[in-house]
Design a protein around this ligand. Structure first.
Ligand SMILES: NC(=O)c1ccc[n+]([C@@H]2O[C@H](COP(=O)([O-])OP(=O)(O)OC[C@H]3O[C@@H](n4cnc5c(N)ncnc54)[C@H](OP(=O)(O)O)[C@@H]3O)[C@@H](O)[C@H]2O)c1
Length: 292
């Protein structure tokens, strides 16, 4: 079997990928405790010993607000450690699969953003992720960068899970309605990686940068309302009203782009995957994750 090294295996995406790929691949999955990607010699040692064909890097500093006060730590993880991973991947002839974010953009026109459009990160997290991307592009050729947005899934913390939890106790919530993107389920990301690996190990390589998020855009407020509409008649669901508020009213440390919806047509075409509307995935997630 082809060997895959998964880094950041304890995160919400890392856990999903580990669960899915363990079925068909020889995978070594390491959490931050088991392998800190900022420890360069340790990472190299792992590569030398395990001899992976592919490295999947799901490790990142992802707290967008806290990143504003921890610029150097965020840069070490999202940029410099990624630079190191790219160099090692090149030296040891390993393919690198890495994740980036819609927060490298800050679009002024409300039209889906394709892969090559102008980058304009407006917070520390977005900037360090962008620098991480650039390091990979500069150092190597055999890589896949998947740009994902507003990630959620059954593992870890995320927006839909927070709403599901709050809805059991609160009648009313205020949610930001003037940021537009698309919520991406970890199950979709993991299934696309599976497909990509099948193609890759058959010798069909489509290296490069891909946007990967569901079709159709929405705001955080619309996600909240979708959950409300779907569950309002359930016994333990207390939530009755969601108020739409502006980013200005919702105080946060980091600025966020008003529009960062990713155009997913390239990945659909090149990898021949069928990506559905955000509501399709969210409905599925709510139905299997809401416990009465
Ligand atoms: N979450 C989103 O909405 C979102 C949106 C767009 C893109 N992405 C990207 O998607 C990828 C996966 O993110 P996620 O949502 O799964 O985030 P996550 O749940 O925060 O997972 C990230 C994991 O990386 C680990 N980590 C942090 N520093 C590390 C280090 N120095 N060495 C090794 N591991 C380290 C974290 O461990 P600790 O928790 O112990 O620190 C955590 O387990 C990241 O590249 C992220 O930038 C995420």
């Amino acid at each position: 079997m082809n060997r895959i090294l998964l880094l950041g295996a304890g995160g919400q995406l890392g856990q999903e990928i580990n669960k899915d790929l363990s079925k068909n691949h020889d995978i070594l999955s390491l959490t931050k405790k088991e392998c800190d990607i900022t420890n360069y010699s340790f990472v190299e040692e792992k590569i030398k010993l395990f001899k992976p064909k592919v490295i999947i890097n799901a490790a990142a500093y992802t707290n967008v607000d806290e990143a504003e006060n921890n610029e150097s730590l965020t840069d070490n993880i999202n940029h410099l450690a990624v630079d190191n991973l790219a160099r090692l991947s090149k030296n040891y002839k390993v393919v690198l699969i890495h994740f980036s974010t819609d927060y490298i953009f800050n679009h002024k026109i409300n039209e889906p953003i394709s892969e090559d459009e102008k980058k304009d990160p407006i917070n520390v997290y977005g900037l360090t992720k962008y620098l991480g991307e650039k390091s990979i592009i500069r150092n190597m050729e055999n890589f896949y960068i998947l740009r994902i947005s507003w990630v959620y899934g059954k593992y870890g913390k995320n927006f839909p899970k927070t709403i599901l939890r709050l809805a059991k106790n609160k009648k009313e919530l205020n949610i930001v309605g003037d940021q537009i993107g698309s919520p991406t389920p970890t199950s979709l990301i993991s299934s696309v990686i599976n497909k990509l690996l099948v193609l890759h190990f058959k010798g069909d390589n489509y290296y490069g940068i891909y946007n990967l998020s569901p079709s159709g855009s929405c705001s955080w407020y619309e996600i909240g309302n979708f959950i409300l509409e779907r569950l309002k008649d359930k016994k333990n669901f207390k939530l009755k009203t969601i108020n739409k508020i502006s980013s200005k009213e919702f105080k946060s440390l980091a600025k966020r782009p008003k529009y960062s919806y990713l155009d997913n047509s390239k990945i659909q075409k090149v990898l021949n995957v069928n990506i559905r509307d955000w509501k399709y995935y969210l409905k599925d997630f709510i139905d299997s994750n809401y416990e009465n």
